[in-house]
Write a protein that binds this ligand. Structure first.
Ligand code: AMP
Length: 418
């Protein structure tokens, strides 16, 4: 199937062509006609499937079909995302695909000055991409009017709920007019997502591209059993020996990310850490350096890495397995993107075997294990107790933020975080 069959207008097709996309990805082929027919959508699609274009392209098309008369534009489309990084990326996509259309868009997130955002709103924008926390700040200040929103998109809704944004989302939804089209994208479907979808969506069409909670088929997954104390050494070896040029490494904590990044630097491997304690500027810079290839390794925590769009990322390493199994699926979704193959390697010590079991249960497959010569685990090392946890994201879940605190508590720190 080609894009030309999807009833998109010339300015949009031209922008797509400039991106070099020859065919729609499966989620695009399914979602675009449904969205164009003005129906609500509940889509199960991970990052890397092309989901952003899947909703942005038809959104732009619908906006142009029902163009507003001249004058200051009311906000017609609202896209909510869990993180600043994802908001930035989605906004980039809106700009890219809408390049030949007259729409104004803006991106709204915390951690940066609010005044330029207020000025943008004053000038009038058609499309807003925002994280919930800062958008609520604007609502509180009455600097934004959402009463004319015709299209609401929740991107990575599961992660928004994980980050504790549910109350913020509800407050935002309460301000929107009833007559609108709603699209909900989520990589996983917990009971809470289903509940949100039931309340939000009107007779939605369900689109699923990857099977529920299954890891992308294009990603080759591998476990290297190794002692905890030797993980860093093994990682350096794998990177150097494999000649890996671009590696995204996950740690569980911010401190762990900083420490590992410093150690890799000492090993002569250029590296940067990205996590919630870093300023927006530092995060953007680290990501840009990683994308351009001047930094070889990006060490990230789950929340910071969420939604980062890096094309054809060849290597993802779980330096530590996540204690929430779904995060594994999200992590490895960084690689094998939109048709290119990737490898996801997990360095697993004896303490993490229960996490591994949970992950394998979730993805419904055994991950092949390969011992690396010289790094075989010492069989005399006993596991340290692994804290009991739940596989369901929202039941018995520890504080939603493994690294950041709960945004719905509305503390000023959390607002900044959003
Ligand atoms: P997403 O899942 O939206 O994060 O998109 C993942 C990546 O796929 C992005 O880098 C897009 O630029 C790319 N992409 C989106 N649509 C297509 C397409 N039809 N063909 C090739 N690449 C695409």
């Amino acid at each position: 199937m080609s894009f030309s069959k999807l009833n998109l207008s010339k300015p949009i097709l031209r922008a797509i062509e400039e991106q070099g996309y020859s065919n729609p990805t499966p989620v695009q082929a399914k979602a675009i006609p449904i969205i164009l027919s003005r129906q609500d959508v509940l889509a199960g699609a991970q990052t890397g499937t092309g989901k952003t274009a899947g909703f942005t392209l038809p959104l732009l098309e619908l906006l142009s079909e029902h163009a507003q008369s001249k004058g200051r534009s009311p906000i017609r489309a609202l896209i909510l995302t869990p993180t600043r990084e994802l908001a930035t990326q989605v906004h980039e996509s809106v700009k890219t695909y809408g390049k030949y259309l007259p729409y104004k868009s803006t991106v709204i997130f915390g951690g940066v000055g609010i005044n330029p955002q207020i000025a943008n709103f004053r000038r009038g924008v058609d499309i807003v991409v925002a994280t919930p926390g800062r958008l609520l700040d604007h609502i509180g200040r009455k600097t934004v009017d959402l009463s004319k929103v015709e299209f609401l998109i929740l991107d990575e809704a599961d992660r928004m709920l994980d980050m504790g944004f549910i109350n913020d989302i509800k407050k935002i939804l309460a301000l929107l007019q009833k007559k609108r089209q709603n699209l909900l994208f989520s990589a996983t479907f917990s009971d809470d997502i289903k509940k949100l979808a039931d309340n939000l969506l009107n007779a939605p069409i369900l689109i699923e591209v990857a099977r529920r909670n299954t890891a992308s088929e294009l990603v080759e997954q591998l476990v290297h059993p190794v002692d905890k104390a030797r993980k860093r050494e093994l990682l350096s070896r794998l990177i150097k020996k494999g000649g890996w040029k671009q590696v995204l490494v996950f740690t569980r904590t911010k401190h762990g990310a900083n420490k590992l990044s410093g150690q890799l630097e000492k090993d002569g491997i250029s590296s940067a850490a990205i996590h919630g304690n870093k300023s927006q500027g530092a995060r953007t810079k680290a990501l840009a350096n990683f994308k351009s290839g001047s930094v070889r390794v990006l060490v990230a925590t789950d929340i910071a890495a969420r939604g980062i769009d890096i094309d054809q990322l060849p290597h993802v390493v779980n330096f530590e397995l996540p204690n929430i199994s779904e995060d594994y699926v999200h992590r490895i979704g960084r690689t094998g993107r939109a048709g290119s193959e990737g490898v996801a390697i997990s360095l697993v010590c004896v303490d993490e075997l229960l996490y591994l079991k949970d992950i394998e249960k979730l993805i419904k497959r055994k991950i092949p294990q390969e011992r690396v010569e010289g790094f075989e685990p010492d069989p005399t090392i006993r596991p340290e107790p692994v804290k009991k946890k739940s596989n369901s994201r929202n039941r018995n879940r520890p504080k939603p933020s493994r690294e950041d605190s709960k945004p719905s508590s509305r503390s000023s720190r959390n607002r900044r975080r959003a």
